[in-house]
Design a protein around this ligand. Structure first.
Ligand code: MV4
Length: 449
């Protein structure tokens, strides 16, 4: 087992990882930019190292400084959290060459799953149903373009090979918009990812975004967990997640089987997530595999009682799973609301600033993962996530009631937050009925026609 872990992240996920390490008897090293010196993760860690100025490129994305921090503190492993360097193949490679364990999958798995087309082909070869689309990247001057597009059928979606998470996507309603959409997607992908390759897929309107948490150990054992419905998103940022979803138990079993098959196919190691799209007829398609611990991992922790961060760390240290998916028991219903420092009344514009006072929710079945405290200066520089508020209860209806109660208790003064949005969403009839698709926010909350 590791003696000392450096957490190459900040905010609530850094606090979360430090807590797991503390309970495992592992010493912790926090890294922080100069403006983050008063952050909670710095206060909770055994040691801390300033790795640079506020600009992420010079601090949280500064591989040399992070590795140096690990070297001078004698950390034998690095946990990247999510975002920042968590899916950076080069960073995983540098850790390996410095004999520092990267708590995550192998660099080759990160690379494979990072190329969305290679990921699709790998999963298709393993028998996991892919979204219908082109097997290779495609350019606007391809002489067979119109024929290929007609065969797929409109609407289509143009996706960037190096994209993911919705970046570089363009929906195409008809043939006359196709070439221009490809050009736009190519230039956006080139500037965002340094790789302008794009491919086509049939676009599914109003799908559900259903994902399965998976774990893999050094011996090739894999386990899948109950699914999470992450369809409520705004501009590809998830806002509300829940487990279980509304899919049938027959579909749940089938998708769980394919999630385990996909994890085995890539000989997956440590914690990952298999994302599927599910259409109105309960057809499901592999969308992406995420090779990191995700923001919404507590949803699965609350419904199973399993600490996924501890599992991720002990698997990275070479321990074996010791249980199968059949041993994973679930209990009740869990909902998570992401509380962001954004103003939902003003198109979710960021709302950084000093948190003059805060009253946290609590009580039976309530979990709050956060790094804020009264008097904390919430910065504009990093992502806007303030806290993840989760509730668990025996039924979905009771979980909704509990979330409403917890949201009413949660008082943050000094900045605007998305709490009013969540209150609105949970009161929405379509939400209550479970009629939740990826266009829920625009169609049901902001009544976009
Ligand atoms: C799709 C799709 C519909 N059809 N692909 C979003 C990010 C990445 N996970 C892939 N995503 C999607 N891919 C096809 N062929 C719907 C999504 C999607 C989505 C799309 C637009 C707006 C919000 C969305 C939320 C989740 C998934």
């Amino acid at each position: 087992m590791f003696n000392k872990v450096l957490i190459a992240n900040r905010g609530e996920i850094a606090v979360r990882i430090i807590r797991a390490c503390n309970e495992m008897g592992i010493r912790t090293v926090a890294v922080h930019s100069d403006v983050d010196i008063e952050c909670l993760h710095v206060k909770l860690a055994d040691e801390s190292v300033c790795i640079g100025p506020a600009n992420p490129q010079e601090s949280y994305l500064n591989i040399a400084n992070i590795i140096s921090a690990a070297e001078i503190t004698g950390a034998d492993a690095i946990h990247p959290g999510y975002g920042f360097l968590s899916e950076n193949t080069h960073f995983a490679d540098i850790c390996e060459s410095c004999s520092i364990k990267f708590i995550g999958p192998s660099k080759s798995t990160i690379q494979m799953m990072g190329d969305k087309l290679i990921a699709k082909k790998t999963m298709k070869k393993a028998g996991i149903p892919p979204i219908p689309g082109t097997d290779a990247c495609i350019t606007a001057d391809n002489p067979k373009l119109l024929k290929i597009a007609r065969k797929l059928g409109y609407p289509l979606i143009v996706k960037a090979c190096a994209g993911g998470g919705g970046k570089g996507m363009r929906i195409v309603q008809s043939e006359d918009a196709l070439r221009n959409a490809i050009f736009t997607a190519e230039s956006e992908a080139k500037s965002s990812f340094g790789n302008g390759d794009v491919y086509l897929e049939k676009f599914f309107d109003e799908p559900k975004h259903i994902e399965f948490q998976v774990l893999g150990d050094v011996k090739g054992n894999v386990v899948s967990f109950p699914e999470r419905d992450c369809s409520i998103q705004r501009r590809h940022q998830k806002l509300i997640e829940e487990s279980p979803s509304m899919i049938s138990s027959k579909l749940r079993k089938k998708m769980g089987h394919y999630a385990r098959l996909a994890t085995k196919a890539v000989k997956y190691f440590t914690a990952g997530t298999i994302e599927f799209l599910v259409d109105k007829h309960e057809n499901f398609y592999f969308m992406e595999m995420n090779t990191r611990i995700q923001v919404e991992h507590p949803v699965t922790e609350m419904i199973t009682g399993i600490d996924l961060v501890k599992e991720q760390i002990r698997l990275a240290a070479g321990e074996t799973l010791g249980y199968d998916y059949g041993d994973v028991k679930t209990n009740g219903h869990v909902i998570e609301c992401r509380i962001n420092a954004e103003d939902p009344e003003k198109n979710f514009i960021p709302s950084p600033g000093r948190i003059s006072s805060v009253v946290f929710p609590g009580g039976p079945g309530v979990r709050l993962d956060t790094h804020i405290y009264s008097g904390y200066d919430f910065p504009a520089t990093y992502d806007s996530l303030i806290a993840k508020l989760l509730v668990a209860d025996s039924t979905r209806e009771k979980a909704i009631l509990k979330m409403k109660r917890a949201l009413n208790e949660f008082k943050i003064s000094g900045i605007k937050t998305t709490i009013p949005f969540h209150k609105k969403a949970l009161a929405n009839d379509y939400f209550k009925k479970g009629e939740i698709y990826t266009n829920f926010v625009n169609k049901r909350i902001y009544e976009e026609k």
